[in-house]
Design a protein around this ligand. Sequence first.
Ligand code: FES
Length: 95
Amino acid sequence: MLTGRTRTKETESRTGISLLEHALRADVDWGFNCSRGTCARCRCYIAEGSDLLEEPTDAEWDRLGPDELDAGFRLGCQAKVARTGTIKAVNRTYF
Ligand code: FES
């Protein structure tokens, strides 16, 4: 399940693509700007299924840091699905 600013949708998870790509394919209004892991506009809270995602990228460690990663936040443009299953991601941008 993906929740953006104005829409919540369920979509089938696919391995190897990012949460942002899932949101765009499902037409969810998900904030993003750079798609490179620097702006953090795509930041999201993983309410369920964080173990189904690939490990945080160097960009996520640099931009979010251990406190936000531990609290369940990821960058949608960086977090890719490693295994299919139920993932609930909510776009929680800073601004
Ligand atoms: S879109 Fe800029 S960090 Fe993800």
